[in-house]
Ligand binder design. Structure first.
Ligand code: XMP
Length: 326
């Protein structure tokens, strides 16, 4: 990530006109930077990398090679959606790699959050190195770095974005949205004509469910987290909260408590609901989810998800809590 400062007089992109102007400017900058060379992009499926992909596809078409690495820490159905939208919808040059076992084997017994991030980031670099070596004429690496990543890069989180530039690859960075806040990235995405459900997709950390499956990741707890998270998303869709709440997800800590299921003692993990609102992710407030919705979600998760026996609600704003649990 290149450290740079957003100019004080840079206008916040809030309208299609401002976004269009930004897109035109970036298209010429990207073309000037890249020429006829190839660009590699880690397409996670999150808003930032998706918008960068769409911007680059518009600027340089098939010179962009998107690599989607399924690290086994994606939300339910998310890798499938990346393939559907980009490969089938936008005719992108997309390479799909299922590296689930590699990542989960490396993460076995690793509980410390920053080490987990480093392992995931490091393995991404490995996977990219392997892919890049198979390709010819790739000189650039595109990244979905956004401005809060730069602002928070000194100490708050060691590896805010997964990946990075492997030393021996000697790739030059292309970071077209690095001065934008998240809300601006969405406006640009819409102006680029990306489908609403992609542009309004919630931010998703590079290390994915790895930061929400707290402590040492096990396959069974990761599976429980993914299923509980899918139920939360389904229920937010049904009641309409998915349209208004900025980010919502489940975190599952590495602890069990006693419960009762079918008249028997049932030890399980708690599923923690986090639902926050913010404009730039620097601060966040708590969404007041109606109790009827909470009861329904609790009922579904505790009944449908193997291994979960309680549902908790996180009421902590940022600060003092960060948005993610990890
Ligand atoms: P925190 O937890 O620092 O998160 O309050 C702020 C926002 O950043 C997202 N986040 C990430 N985004 N790569 C990303 O692209 C990451 O590694 C990462 N970690 C956290 C988080 O989901 C929230 O929206």
């Amino acid at each position: 990530m290149e450290i740079c400062k957003r100019p004080d007089d840079m206008v916040r992109i809030t309208t299609k006109e401002l976004a269009d102007a930004f897109i035109e400017e970036q298209i010429s900058e990207i073309r000037a930077q890249v020429g006829d060379k190839k660009v590699l992009l880690a397409l996670s499926g999150g808003v930032d990398s998706s918008v960068v992909a769409a911007l680059l596809i518009k600027a340089i078409g098939k010179q962009l090679i998107c690599v989607h690495v399924n690290h086994g820490l994606m939300r339910k159905g998310e890798s499938e959606q990346v393939i559907e939208v980009f490969k089938n919808g936008l005719d992108a040059n997309l390479i799909y790699i299922d590296a689930t076992d590699r990542f989960l084997d490396l993460l076995k017994d690793v509980a410390e959050p920053e080490r987990k991030r480093k392992i995931i980031g490091g393995e991404f670099i490995e996977v990219f190195n392997e892919e890049a070596k198979k390709l010819e004429g790739v000189d650039f690496l595109a990244q979905g770095t956004i401005y809060p990543d730069i602002l928070e890069s000194d100490g708050v989180k060691a590896h805010h974005n997964v990946g990075g530039l492997p030393e021996d690859m000697k790739l030059e960075l292309v970071e077209p949205v690095k001065l934008l806040y998240k809300d601006e990235v969405r406006v640009v995405g819409k102006a680029l004509g990306l489908p609403e459900n992609m542009v309004d997709r919630q931010p998703f950390p590079g290390p994915g469910l790895g930061v929400r499956c707290l402590g040492a990741i096990t396959r069974d707890r990761l599976h429980a987290l993914r299923e509980a998270d899918a139920i939360l998303r389904e229920e937010f869709e049904i009641c309409g909260l998915s349209k208004t709440v900025w980010q919502y997800f489940i975190a599952v800590p590495d602890m069990k408590s006693v419960g009762v299921k079918n008249d028997k003692r049932y030890e399980g993990w708690p599923a923690i609901i986090r639902a926050v609102n913010t404009t730039d992710a620097m601060t966040a407030t708590i969404e007041e989810i109606p109790y009827a919705v909470l009861h329904k979600i609790t009922n579904r998760i505790t009944n449908e998800v193997e291994g979960i026996n309680r549902v908790l609600l996180d009421l902590t704003p940022k600060p003092i809590g960060t948005i993610e649990w990890e």
